[in-house]
Design a protein around this ligand. Structure first.
Ligand code: FES
Length: 108
């Protein structure tokens, strides 16, 4: 476990959300109000990439079945829905981040 350089803040600022890899682990970075959040990119429902979802006000919504995840805590705010059925959706893992001299680091 240690800190890994993943991107530059300016790059993330422009895109708001960015998928990066640390070794084989896919992470989704979010830039919001000068803070960076990192969560596992795999949706906790069926594993779709959360990069393809949307981000708004601290919440990532999966493009596949619309599970909503709090990027600060990894908690599921809205379970995945297939037709009108809500599906079991577990909490997702979050990772500590830091910014040093314009570079973003994630602790993995
Ligand atoms: S895979 Fe994300 S909500 Fe189903």
């Amino acid at each position: 476990m240690g800190w890994h350089k993943v991107t530059e803040v300016e790059t993330l600022k422009k895109q708001i959300k960015l998928k990066v890899f640390v070794n084989d682990l896919a992470l989704l970075l979010i830039y919001d109000h000068k803070r960076v959040y990192a969560i596992n990119d795999r949706c906790p429902h069926l594993g779709a990439s959360l990069e393809k979802g949307t981000y708004d006000d601290g919440v990532v919504t999966c493009a596949k079945h619309h599970a909503q995840i709090d990027v600060k805590t990894g908690e599921v705010l809205e379970k995945a829905k297939i037709l009108f059925l809500k599906m079991p959706t577990k909490k997702t893992k979050t990772y500590e981040t830091k910014i040093e001299e314009g570079t973003v680091f994630v602790k993995v």
